[in-house]
Write a protein that binds this ligand. Sequence first.
Ligand SMILES: Cc1cc2nc3c(=O)[nH]c(=O)nc-3n(C[C@H](O)[C@H](O)[C@H](O)COP(=O)(O)OP(=O)(O)OC[C@H]3O[C@@H](n4cnc5c(N)ncnc54)[C@H](O)[C@@H]3O)c2cc1C
Length: 383
Amino acid sequence: MTLFTEEHDLFRKTLRDFVEREINPHAEEWEQAGTFPAHELFAKLGDLGVLGLTYDPAYGGGGSDYGYVAIMAEEFGRMPCLGVAMAIGVQTDMATPSLHRFGSHELKQKYLAPAIRGEHVAAVGVTEPDAGSDVAGIRTKGVRDGDEWVINGSKTFITSGTQADWVCLLVRTSEEGGSRGISQIIVPTDTPGFQVSGKLDKLGMRSSDTAVLTFDDMRVPVSNTIGEIGRGFQQQMSQFQDERMIAAYQMVGAMEYALERTADYLKQRIAFGQPLMANQHLAYELADLASEVDLLKYYNYHAAAAQTRGDDITRFATVAKLRSARLARRVADVCLQFHGGVGYIGETWTARFFRDTRLWSIGGGADEIMLRTLARMGGFWAE
Ligand SMILES: Cc1cc2nc3c(=O)[nH]c(=O)nc-3n(C[C@H](O)[C@H](O)[C@H](O)COP(=O)(O)OP(=O)(O)OC[C@H]3O[C@@H](n4cnc5c(N)ncnc54)[C@H](O)[C@@H]3O)c2cc1C
């Protein structure tokens, strides 16, 4: 079975060149700044046609298969500043899938098309100070007043929150409770009552900005609701599958990159009169990890094929996210260890990689939430 055509390979090369030219020279500066110029970079990505690869061409999307998404994310996973890769992932596969899948034509014209062109920066607002893993516990509330929602509440840990033009916001819109009566609403950030109330300092992913948002009697048209009123929880669960896959694709690229860089270092670093790589223990350890990355990579490609067919990918996305996040922590630890002291020093790539990769076991559903889903799906669950 041929997974990729010559066109896919060419696409990979284009992206690798793009990262080399447009991202790598700025990585240090963006890490130091705790942010990157999303509008500037996304406009370039929009020109490249990668911000809506699988989306409907009617809105500027590429209408492509998910193999292209896997390639894009693997290549962006090779960035030395993974926060930027994460923010791109938010734009393409975390804040926009529901809008594409369930949004009205008008809503897609107004918000999806500019996001695909890279003119709008998008964010996804699910997590709240009192509700993260337990999404059904959200309290941000929308009360209907004629043709408008009046929204009050707050969201935290929102990637690109200080720069976003709109947020795909999860809001409780009825008193039903639990996962019922929740809606996804597009909220433009220039709406009165919207406030970025804080920018958070983080262990890693420092090139991406993370914000606390508050909403104070913020009025948004009811027509900004994505899909059906009251079905937001279910729609967000579907959007999470895209989020987990884009993270899994990125992690494979990131791990391959880290293992390659570590191998290069071990070949040139001399100790005991020979390159460090001449120590079989080091070589075998890297080979062992690379074999595990391979398994995930090809698992991901099957997931991409299933995504392209339109199958339910919940199990693929859950397994891929869990296993890659756990493996990435081991890869980061080994790469740092094999660099010795220099690997631990401030802004060396190994130290940053160690800090950046740690997020993957928490964001987008913690490892334990992946296990919870798998336990329920596999019948390992007391009803
Ligand atoms: C840098 C960063 C960027 C983020 N970006 C976004 C974003 O753009 N948009 C957004 O909405 N959110 C975002 N998040 C939030 C992220 O998705 C949540 O942090 C994550 O879902 C975990 O929620 P929590 O932090 O509230 O942890 P909690 O729900 O308080 O859980 C704490 C820990 O308890 C354990 N746990 C929780 N529930 C269970 C259970 N049922 N069984 C066993 N163990 C359990 C897990 O180990 C979990 O890590 C981001 C977070 C970070 C740190």
